[in-house]
Design a protein around this ligand. Structure first.
Ligand SMILES: Nc1ncnc2c1ncn2[C@@H]1O[C@H](COP(=O)(O)OP(=O)(O)O)[C@@H](O)[C@H]1O
Ligand SMILES: Cc1ncc(COP(=O)(O)OP(=O)(O)O)c(N)n1
Length: 268
């Protein structure tokens, strides 16, 4: 049996809804062996972020070397890479890895807490985005990356095209979670535009949706699926994770990482 492996390089969430913890749970659910490099340790929960401590650059690089010299990942994902220095520290190693690389350009949590240094936007555009097989921004992140206001689906399409054609990523998915009318995402890959539709669940429990979606895509790319197949499975995975809600926490709770296994069962 082929063992597929995936590596997440990201920050932590002790309540398990976002960041490294969400990524590892998602990899496991998709039957991919998960590994992690921690960039920042956060005290956060469903109400917001209480404290952030960034790991020293040499420790980030050492963690990455520990993984790469021993268990090669079949796909790599980055999440919260908070500073330009961290991006610089990762870029050579990511360049040398010849497997799919998913860049989730985490900038601000839904709670409104900033997760990226203000000076990092330019570095993100210049270092990580051009290396990516898929970039997965939400609407504010895409807006920031290409410095354009995004209001309509046509704007989302334009943004996805610019991230590929101007910033150099192979593909881009603009996530529609910030819209209130629908939850359509837009994928631009192989010069083709695809819309991913799903029913919108009326819930406040959306903590970690972006991390979980991009981790599911990463897991499928690790298995050798095409970009289009991986994004389509990722969309089905996050839709069920949201709709089979868990109602945890006093704020905006996490998604249900085993929701996909409950498909077709009552309880939504
Ligand atoms: N209420 C919702 N119902 C259904 N899907 C949603 C809902 N909110 C977000 N999504 C989906 O979750 C995924 C993550 O999107 P989004 O929440 O925009 O990311 P982020 O967490 O990075 O802000 C996307 O596929 C989006 O369409
Ligand atoms: C450590 C860490 N990384 C990323 C996020 C943001 O998660 P995301 O999936 O974009 O969704 P929200 O949590 O913003 O709803 C995070 N909170 N922590």
């Amino acid at each position: 049996m082929a063992i597929h492996t995936a590596l997440t390089i990201a920050g932590t969430d002790p309540t398990g809804g976002a960041g490294v913890q969400a990524d590892l749970k998602t990899f496991q659910e998709r039957e991919v062996f998960g590994m992690s490099v921690i960039t920042s340790v956060l005290a956060q929960n469903t109400t917001g972020v209480q404290m952030i401590n960034h790991m020293p650059l040499d420790l980030i690089q050492a963690q990455l070397d520990s993984v790469l010299t021993d268990i090669p990942p079949s796909a790599v994902k980055t999440g919260m890479i908070a500073t330009p220095e961290m991006m610089e520290a990762l870029v050579d190693r990511l360049q040398a890895i010849d497997v799919p690389y998913i860049c989730d350009p985490v900038m601000i949590a839904k709670s409104g807490d900033p997760l990226m240094d203000e000076h990092s936007r330019k570095s993100l555009r210049e270092t990580l985005v051009p290396l990516a097989t898929i970039v997965t921004p939400n609407i504010p992140e895409a807006s920031d990356l290409i410095e354009m206001k995004i209001e309509t689906v046509a704007d989302m399409e334009k943004a996805a095209k610019l991230i590929v054609n101007e910033l150099g990523a192979k593909a881009a998915v603009i996530k529609g979670g910030y819209r209130t009318d629908h939850s359509t995402d837009v994928l631009f890959s192989n010069q083709t535009m695809t819309h991913l539709h799903a029913d919108r669940t009326n819930t406040k429990h959306l903590h970690g949706t972006g991390c979980t979606f991009s981790a599911a895509i990463t897991a499928e790319l690790a298995k050798g699926k095409s970009i289009e197949e991986a994004v389509s499975i990722g969309k089905a995975f996050i839709t069920d994770a949201i709709s089979y809600t868990l109602n945890l926490g006093s704020g905006n709770g996490p998604t249900n990482h085993w929701g996909f296994r409950l498909k077709g069962l009552p309880g939504k």
